[in-house]
Design a protein. Structure first.
Lengths: 137, 89
C-alpha cells in the first residue's frame, strides 16, 4: 500500500537533531478526516542529545521512534513505506502507531491472552506428539 | 488506574508548575520547538502543548494527547486554523 499523504505537527528545526510527529494518511479502512496513523520519527543525534539532556546513559522509557539518518521528506517517506511493506497488513506501522494508545489494562489483557494461547498450543502439540507416538507402537 | 488522559493531565500540571517557577518553555520536555509569534511547542512524553510567551507571562493555548489519535489530529487542525502556525505540510 502506498502512502497517500504525510503531515507534520511541526516541520523539523534541525534535520539531523530533532524528532517529529508524523501523521500518515493511507487509503485504508482506518484513515478518515479525524483519524490517521501517527508515528514519531527521530534521528540518532536527537536520541544522543536526549540522553545528554537527562544526564543519563540510557534513553528514558518512552514510546518507540522510527529512526532515520536525516529528517527529509524523502527519507521519512521511505522509512514509513518500509514500515508499511515489510510485513503483511501494515504490521510495523500499526505497532508503532498503537503503542502510545495502550493502557496498562490493554497490555495486561494481551499478555494474559497470549499466555493462555501459549499454554493451549503447547498442550495441543503435546497431545499430537503423544497420539503419533501411540500410532508408532 | 492511570489512563492516557490522566497521564497528560499530570504532565500538563507539571509543565505549568515549571513554567510558573520561571523555567523557559524551550527547556521543558524532551524537545521543544520555537514557533512563529512567540509560541513554543512543548513535546512531552504523553502530550504536546503550545504555549504563548508575553514577557514574564506564559499562556497554554492548546494541548494534544499523544495516545489519542483523534485528539492529536484535532489539535493539529486547531493550531493550524486558530493560530496560523501553518503546521500542515
Amino acid at each position: 500500500m502506498k502512502i497517500k499523504e504525510i503531515k507534520y505537527l511541526v516541520p523539523p528545526t534541525d534535520l539531523v537533531n530533532d524528532c517529529l510527529d508524523v501523521f500518515v494518511i493511507l487509503k485504508d479502512d482506518y484513515c478518515t478526516d479525524e483519524f490517521s496513523y501517527l508515528v514519531e520519527v527521530a534521528t540518532p543525534q536527537f536520541l544522543s542529545a536526549l540522553m545528554g539532556k537527562f544526564e543519563s546513559d540510557f534513553l528514558p522509557p518512552g514510546y518507540p521512534y522510527i529512526i532515520v539518518s536525516k529528517l527529509t521528506d524523502e527519507i521519512i517517506r521511505a522509512a514509513i513505506q518500509a514500515f508499511i511493506d515489510t510485513e503483511d497488513d501494515l504490521y510495523w506501522l500499526k505497532l508503532y502507531h498503537i503503542t502510545p494508545t495502550l493502557e496498562i489494562e490493554d497490555i495486561n489483557e494481551i499478555l494474559f491472552r497470549k499466555k493462555q494461547e501459549n499454554i493451549e498450543l503447547e498442550a495441543k502439540i503435546d497431545a499430537e506428539v503423544e497420539a503419533e507416538s501411540d500410532l508408532n507402537h | 488506574m492511570r489512563n492516557s488522559n490522566q497521564k497528560v493531565k499530570q504532565e500538563y500540571e507539571g509543565i505549568k508548575k515549571r513554567i510558573n517557577e520561571g523555567v523557559d518553555p524551550i527547556d521543558i520536555g524532551k524537545k521543544s520547538t520555537n514557533l512563529p509569534g512567540n509560541k513554543v511547542l512543548i513535546k512531552g512524553a504523553h502530550g504536546r502543548y503550545v504555549v504563548e510567551i508575553f514577557g514574564d507571562q506564559v499562556n497554554v493555548l492548546g494541548m494534544g494527547a499523544r495516545g489519542n489519535n483523534r485528539n492529536m489530529q484535532t489539535f493539529q487542525n486547531l493550531m493550524n486554523e486558530m493560530y496560523g502556525l501553518n503546521l500542515q505540510y
